[in-house]
Each structure stands twice: as structure tokens, then as C-alpha cells.
Design a protein around this ligand. Sequence first.
Ligand code: S3P
Length: 452
Amino acid sequence: MSVHGDPIPMTARRGAALSGTAEVPGDKSISHRALILGALSVGETRITGLLEGQDVLDTAHAMRAMGAEVTHHGPGEWTVQGVGVGGFAEPADVIDCGNSGTGVRLIMGAMATCPITATFTGDASLRKRPMGRVTDPLALFGAQAVGRAGGRLPMTIVGAAQPVPVRYSVPVPSAQVKSAVLLAGLNAPGETVVIEREATRDHTERMLAGFGAEIRVEDSDEGRIITLTGQPELTPQTIAVPRDPSSAAFPVCAALIVEGSDVLVPGIGLNPTRAGLFTTLREMGAGLTYENEREEGGEPVADLRARFSPDMRGIEVPPERAPSMIDEYPILSVVAAFAQGPTVMRGIKELRVKESDRIAAMADGLTACGARVETGADWMTVHGMGPGGLPGGATCATHLDHRIAMSFLVAGLAAQAPVTVDDAGPIATSFPVFEPLMERLGATFDGAERCV
Ligand code: S3P
């Protein structure tokens, strides 16, 4: 179900310094995978800290529609009674994945080697996004896909009744594509091999191993070679979902650019396939420190401490770092506007096929706020105006994209004049408590009803 109703404009204005502790919600990527792998296990998986954003709720709904029993017990506490690998039932109705590319692509993968047919749709943003990147490899297993022109949703997948394992080299750096192929490989006999030239987030591999699948990862000249043995019996797990580094990025970056701020964001995973933004910010001279570094559930975790950083300098972000910070370029481009000198971001063409064309959305909004931004097919340069230097005073279009909405609201907290987003509604897909959490730190937002 889409969260999207009437647009909800929201305005952020410069105010007091931000201070205090920001406990951000659970990781979106891990939350989707916990529900899907729980549904593919035999028995009861217990989850705490699940992100209760609309994207994940839509995946929970889809797992129910395919026969799993998914139960909500209290805030973040869920159980999933799985149907086992290959045990999905045919859904009686269309599966609506709302705004979620991760949800739809992973679920398509998971059902593509089951003898069922399912039709998928989503909101206006998701219906524009390319699905061929997933249905091409799923066809190799024997699944068929029929969608709109250009491989767009709505789309029907006829799962393979007699799937064969595949060897697939992922042509774009995409954890969603890699994961769809691995989840399809679960119900194919024999070994499915996925090769990725650039390492993308590895939650699927880690979690499959945790659920008892036989999976090997080797580094080679070709890239990472992942080999999965099909048709395992997955064992239900108890999963504590860590807090989302991609959500942590917003209070962290807000603290760096709002004068006098000092914010603690505890318990953030620093898995190297996700932590590229924090490395980049530190290279720019941000006052960002890792406190209480530890390991939790096999993942490196730390409390992040971010302080106002008036001396940040623009840098050239290494393109090979892009997969580890792919969702963080919008908020990085905001920080870049408050640094000294240009920040150059290359190798980012994947941003053009996210919830919106994020290069265009950020360039348009930052330009409207008075920044100088240059873009190309796969790059963007933001010319920094120094601390407090961005004029602001604009309304920015968010194009049904949660991260664009949050990025411009953070910009408004430090710009000279308020920044309005035309629609803050999509924030509920990934970070439903963004507004109260930021307000508790001292942020000043005016909601639709207050900003006439
Ligand atoms: C995700 C993978 C990334 C990311 C998305 C979450 C995942 O997309 O942008 O928000 O959970 O696998 P791509 O795999 O398409 O790069």
C-alpha cells in the first residue's frame, strides 16, 4: 500500500543548535531481508528493532499474501512463521510494494523459482523504475515476466516450475539485483553463482549464512564470487535489527552544518559496505567521531558523535566508494553546500534510477536555494558556500523521494532563509519518526497546517 495521499508540505528554518541523542530506527535493508528470510524458513523467526516504515510494512503484507504468518507484537517486535524454501502460496491479489524498490525486487527474486504467479505494482515513483535488471537474470532460472514497456510495473511474474541454477555476473553495482538472484537461487537445485565487480551491501549473504544456507564468498580478479547451494532448509532465527546508518546520516549531517551543534547517534552499524558517507565526511574535516566501538551480531557498531564543523572542505569523492554510500549522496550534497570549495561526486549514475532521479532533484533544489551545482550523466559537483552560506528561501520538489525530502529539510536548518519541501509524506517510507526525532534535538519545522 502506498503511503501517498495528498502532498504534505513542510518547512525547515534556522534555529537553535542541535543537541542530545538521536536514536534512529532499524535498518531498512536488514528489515526487508529479516521478513523475507523468516518467511522462507521452517518455524518461527523473532525480530526486534524492525523498521516500521511503510516500505517494510508493504513487504510484511506481501509475505502474508504468500502464506507466511507475520505478527506484530509491539514496537519493533515481530514474528514470522515461515513456509519454507519453495513454499510460497500464490497471492490472491496484486502485490503493492508502494515506494519500495528493495521490497519488490527481492520479493520477485524469492518467488521466481516457485510454481506460482504474482502481479506486482507500486506507487508512481516505483512504477517508473526499471525492473529488467531483475527480470533478465530471473528468466535464466526459467521465470517469465510480463510488464509495461521498458520493464516497468505493473508486472506479472510466472515462477519457474522446474528452476535451474544460474551463474550471473551483475552488470550494475546493485545489492537489490544480487539479492534477487540469490533469493531465486534458494529454490533452484545445485549451485547458483553471482559475480559482482564492485562490492555492494552484503546483508543478504550474511543473513543467508545466519539462516543456515551454504554460501561461500571469494574475492577474485573478476570481483566477488558468491556461490549458494540451492534448496536448503532455512532455520528460523532471532534477529535484532541494528539501527540504520542511512537514517543516521540525517541527524549526523544536520549537526555538522547547524552552528553550535553536538549530537550523539548511538548504535550505528559501520559495515564497510554501508559506511562510505562517514569516511567521506571525516575526509572533508567533519567533527565526526566513533565512540564505544564494538561488535554486535558480527557487525562493527559505534556511537556516532557529530559536532558543528565550520572548517569542512570539499573533496573529490572516490568513485569506487559509491556503492557503500549510494543512498547518501543527496545528504552529502547538502553538506557540500556548507563546506569550502567544490565537492566532486563521480560514478553516481545509479542515482538516476532511485526513488527519483536524485542527481536532478538535488541539483534543482540546491540551485533554487542559491548554490552553484554542475551535473553530468554520472557526476555532480556542488560548489560550497561555507558555514551558513547557503541562501535557502526556496521550495524544493521531492518527487515522492524520502531522502530528497529529508535532505532539503536538513538544508533548511542551516540555510539563511527557510527551505520548504513540497511533500514530506514519503519520509514515512524509511524514517517515520524523522520529524519528532529532529525536533527533540532542537530542529524547527513548520508542518503544512502551520506554514501558511
Ligand atoms: C538496497 C540497495 C540499494 C539501495 C537501496 C537498498 C538494498 O539499491 O539504494 O536503498 O537493501 O539492497 P541498489 O541495489 O539498486 O543499488
